[in-house]
Design a protein around this ligand. Structure first.
Ligand code: SAH
Length: 367
């Protein structure tokens, strides 16, 4: 039986302070409470929720079954347009990248991927990132701020609206865009519960995956949540020296601390863990690294997802050769590890893993 260390407080730093908060930040309970606070019936909250997530209206004015003065008050107090679409780019393989402008001028990227099993959205949780992984584009300008829950929810709503044009739906979500989701923990959890709600977008927990670089205290918290979404960890090395070189966060939370937290997660949830393992040419991509990895994770119910490094101009990592990629995969399989190679999508529009960036300039209008 593994015990968790003492709880560490969550600091939700650098949240924006807009005069009119995004309406998408309010969950159903909060919308109902708001209606009551305004002297209206409680069910008005559920009506707003339905307008936002079932009818997906663009303006409060369109919420026709609400009293007129309530619609008026909503538009004075809340924003229903926290994101503006600046660019919508489509890749040869159908992947779409959206550049959204936030109300304070920052821009973020969100990606829609097409699979035979459905449409998956890769959402962003922060403007930039402060984790500093040495191979990733998202961290190049540092962290500007956290996104509020509504700005994350709104990415899904905007993409669902684009899919409405062809009668399709967002069927799954990966929280693998810009930012470290476990550094914006409360807003991320709130986002999850809103998009998962069965009176709204109803995206099933089994179809949602969150990925972390390994923020250990939050892994303990996440193990105790009552929503069981899929969980992925960016490991990239089974050796502390190599991992620190790739991911400086390993200095704060090394592999031993990370593995303890993951064992606790598995004990509490019984769920399988996905390890993301980027293959960086000449760094971590040889058969001995595969064997080391298989030893490290041998006690866990898990799966390894291999990601050959994607090109980031500012970074000089090189691709592992095709032969070496397959040798790595086979070595893992021979050691009894369940492993697959991640299918690449959207590389031609810089929409693949690690290529997304937050653009700082408040004047910027796109590429
Ligand atoms: N911050 C979270 C979410 C990002 S998920 C995390 O670190 O897990 C995106 C995945 O792509 C992570 O596993 C990340 O390490 C990986 N990645 C980042 N840059 C990459 C690159 N240039 N090539 C391949 N994978 C990369």
């Amino acid at each position: 039986m593994i015990k968790r260390p003492e709880k560490k407080p969550i600091k939700d730093f650098q949240l924006p302070n807009f005069d009119r908060p995004s309406i998408y930040t309010l969950n159903l309970d909060e919308l109902e409470a708001l209606a009551v606070e305004w002297g209206e019936e409680r069910y008005r909250g559920a009506q707003i929720f339905e307008w936002l997530y079932i009818h997906r209206v663009d303006q409060f004015e369109e919420m026709l079954n609400l009293p007129k003065d309530m619609r008026q008050r909503l538009s004075e107090m809340y924003s229903i347009a926290p994101l503006e679409t600046v660019v919508r780019q489509e890749s040869k393989d159908g992947t779409m990248k959206f550049l959204f402008r936030l109300r304070d001028g920052y821009t973020i990227e969100t990606v829609l991927m097409r699979h035979d099993y459905g449409n998956s959205v890769c959402v962003t949780t922060q403007v930039g990132c402060r984790i500093g992984c040495s191979f990733c584009a998202s961290t190049l300008g540092g962290l500007k701020r956290n996104l509020e829950a509504g700005e994350i929810v709104s990415q899904i709503v905007q993409i669902q609206k684009a899919l409405d044009e062809t009668g399709e739906r967002v069927s799954s979500i990966v929280i693998m865009g810009i930012g470290e989701p476990f550094e914006n923990y409360n807003q991320m959890m709130k986002f999850l519960r809103i998009v998962n709600h069965d009176d709204g977008l109803n995206i099933g927990a089994r179809h949602i995956t969150v990925s972390t670089s390994g923020i250990v205290p939050r892994i303990y918290d996440f193990a105790e949540e009552d929503i069981q979404i899929n969980f992925a960890v960016s490991l990239h090395a089974a050796d502390n020296d190599i991992r620190t070189r790739l991911m400086p966060i390993n200095k704060a939370y090394d592999i031993e601390k990370l593995m303890d937290a993951l064992k606790y997660y598995q004990q509490e949830t019984g769920r399988r863990i996905t390890f993301e393992y980027g293959l960086f040419g000449g760094v971590n991509d040889q058969p001995e690294h595969a064997r080391e990895l298989s030893e490290l994770i041998s006690g866990l119910k898990c799966h390894v997802n291999l990601i050959p490094v994607n090109h980031v101009p500012e970074r000089n990592y090189v691709r592992t050769t095709r032969d070496d990629i397959f040798t790595f995969l086979e070595t893992l399989n021979e050691c009894g590890v369940n492993a697959t190679l991640r299918r690449e999508q959207g590389t031609d529009i810089d929409a693949a893993c690690g290529q997304l960036r937050a653009k700082e300039s408040k004047e910027e209008t796109g590429e």
